[in-house]
Design a protein around this ligand. Structure first.
Ligand SMILES: [Zn+2]
Length: 427
């Protein structure tokens, strides 16, 4: 293990390499292999990979053909075959452990997946201008998870070179965008002795130099796919013989949006991707809805989820169809703990490059880091979700999103310093 601390040039190269190879949830073969390769060279005390870092139950895993395609693409791009072989079935991700004597066990959670977005090729978009634009056409690191993974590696370097006393575990979590990776990672056992957990996000409309010590306001969320099935018939000759799955789907959509509001707080519902049928003269036999419900609290999300399930079943019943509902990913609400927020903000005040500190801000979206945070909090530990600002030319989840790479240095400094202070003070 290097005792010189982070080598920022090599970390920047790592970030750019990850940026060139964006992979969506459960398909982070290249990403995991590249990270494992980096981490193995650091002589960590433990490095757990793939199936070792995920509980058995996983949602939203693509079929074998899709997994094979991404696996082969990763190997063709130079991923180590021996590592890729360990990620069988799309078990991606890793947990790196550094043991430095007696002291608390601190976790850092970073996510590693990308989005199905085609990256800008405009000259004004730095990854395009400087040769590290996505090589997986149609996919892109449009939320900064390439920077998150890099900060995770850099924090290990910084903490290894420090006087930290305790254990550091860095969780490289797959499948955040599909909110499918947090739950199985939180149940993997690796979190069971974690007393303090930090989670990281860059940007979120905060500029370079600004840090939010504790993000709150996560919406609890649940994604579902409902498949309606009926019976096909000639629409002109014998419409009465058909059982119309599209009618069931349409009835369900209308009523999903009609769930009563709740006096306890905000709720959301969306039928975001729908389809069905085969031709204008055939009574449609199949139809589907991919949708989601959210709530300001886990209870409010569950309220929406209950209603949605009943509506989907009743709509099918109304049109003499069947429905199967598959839950694809979910996350509870979450809150950052004041005692940890205090440590982060006091460290941030002494970190070079940080000129604005917000104690708290609301995310107003969803994040499955909340599974890991909640796990630690239920064990009596503390958690905080830290936002390290970055100047991003395009918004999150858009083709011109990019991170200001100075943020990587700032993120490593503020998080590694916070971890050292937790070791000393055990707040
Ligand atoms: Zn993100």
């Amino acid at each position: 293990m290097s005792l010189d601390g982070p080598d920022h040039e090599s970390l920047r190269n790592l970030r750019r390499d990850l940026h060139r190879h964006p992979e969506p949830g459960w398909r982070e073969f290249y990403t995991t292999a590249r990270l494992v390769d980096e981490l193995e060279r650091r002589n960590l005390d433990e490095l757990h990979v793939g199936p070792e870092v995920l509980a058995e139950d996983r949602r939203g895993v693509p079929d074998d053909a899709e997994l094979d395609e991404w696996r082969e693409r990763a190997v063709a791009a130079g991923a180590r075959r021996d590592v890729v072989d360990r990620l069988d079935g799309g078990h991606t991700g890793a947990v790196a452990v550094l043991r430095r004597g007696d002291g608390p066990t601190v976790g850092l959670r970073v996510d590693i997946d990308a989005l199905p977005i085609t990256e800008s090729d405009e000259a004004s978009h730095r990854p395009a201008a400087e040769g590290f634009r996505s090589e997986n056409e149609g996919y892109m690191h449009a939320c900064g998870h390439d920077a998150h993974a890099t900060v995770g590696v850099g924090v290990l370097d910084a903490v290894a070179a420090s006087d930290f006393a305790g254990t550091l575990k860095v969780f490289f979590q797959p499948s955040e965008e599909t909110i499918a990776g947090g739950e199985p990672m939180s149940e993997s056992g690796h979190l069971d002795d974690v007393e303090y957990l930090l989670a990281l996000h860059v940007g979120l409309d905060h500029p370079t130099g600004e840090v939010v010590a504790g993000v709150d306001g996560f919406l609890a969320v649940s994604h579902f796919r409902a498949e309606f099935s009926g019976e096909t018939a000639h629409a002109g000759g014998h419409p009465e013989r058909g059982r119309n799955a599209v009618q069931a789907m349409a009835t369900a959509i209308q009523n999903l949006y009609a769930v009563p509001r709740h006096h306890d707080g905000a709720t959301r519902v969306n039928a975001g991707l729908v389809g069905g049928g085969t031709a204008s003269n055939i009574v449609p036999e199949e139809a589907f809805i991919e949708g989601e419900v959210r709530g300001e609290t886990t209870e409010l999300m569950e309220y929406m989820d209950d209603h949605a399930g009943r509506i989907l079943r009743s709509a099918a019943e109304m049109h003499d169809c069947e429905v199967e509902v598959e839950y694809q990913g979910r996350a509870p609400g979450g809150e950052s703990d004041a005692a940890l927020v205090d440590v982060v903000s006091s460290v941030a005040a002494d970190t070079s490059g940080i000129d604005s500190i917000l104690e708290r801000d609301s995310l107003g979206g969803s994040e499955d880091a909340t599974f890991l945070m909640r796990r630690v909090q239920e064990q009596g530990g503390l958690a905080s979700y830290v936002c390290v600002g970055t100047d991003h030319p395009g918004g999150h989840h858009t083709p011109t999103f990019d991170v200001d790479e100075e943020t990587i240095r700032i993120g490593i400094d503020v998080l590694s310093e916070t971890i050292e202070r937790i070791g000393r003070e055990q707040p």
